[in-house]
Design a protein around this ligand. Sequence first.
Ligand code: FES
Length: 110
Amino acid sequence: MEYRIREHPILGEIEETKKVRFTYDGKTMEGREGEPVAMALKAAGVQIHRYTRKKHEPRGIFCAIGRCTDCVMVVDGVPNVRTCVTPLKEGMRVETQYGISARPPEKEGK
Ligand code: FES
């Protein structure tokens, strides 16, 4: 199931753009070219974009206007990318961010 708005009471009918492929944590996904990365993920049912540095709590879209940083992810190897205001492009590599990296923290005792 795709969670995507097709018609809006104020904006009217939403024009569909070209489909593009990208990866999310290694999985190939499809989105619409130029839509925010966060919206492509939301349409696919992805809610968690990052885990906080100290308490490892999940975060996702909050403000959706590029102000809060809750949606930051590692995009094409670059951390702290605000996915709610970053246009989706063909072949993007999007990864969950753990603190400041794309790697989950090591478990204690290992
Ligand atoms: S959701 Fe707030 S900056 Fe993206």
